[in-house]
Design a protein around this ligand. Sequence first.
Ligand code: CA
Ligand code: CA
Length: 145
Amino acid sequence: MDFRKGLILMIGVILVLWANGRFTPLVSSIVSHASQKTLFEENIDLNFDGQLEKVSKIQTEHGIMVQVQSGLFLSSKVSFAFLNMDDGFLYDHKSITPVAFVDINQDHQLDLLVSFFHPVERETKVYPLVWDKSQNTLTLFKKED
Ligand SMILES: [Ca+2]
Ligand SMILES: [Ca+2]
């Protein structure tokens, strides 16, 4: 086995791929996948039926995504995206609860309070998201006038 020949051949293949423009999309797809980061995850029974739902807050390249998985084997999934939101929380799990649970619309299913801290404005903002299992929706709660 000639290690050097193998190395030269590998570099040659990479150069050819690069020249054909195939290497860059491959690299960027790996990078974009790696940029997804789970910031918060909790298993909680939101609708009190004895089955746990899985709530996650995920940082993506486009912002923050909040996701609720429910049903058998968590096969039902619904999400809400906060586009271009930068989550400025320092993740000390003991002192900060990035997602809190409360029944906002009083339909006996817990909803989500998602909090963000803006480091520039030095202000905390809380967004209420209503979760509905029967419709499988996760929507921003608006007060009815
Ligand atoms: Ca449940
Ligand atoms: Ca509710």
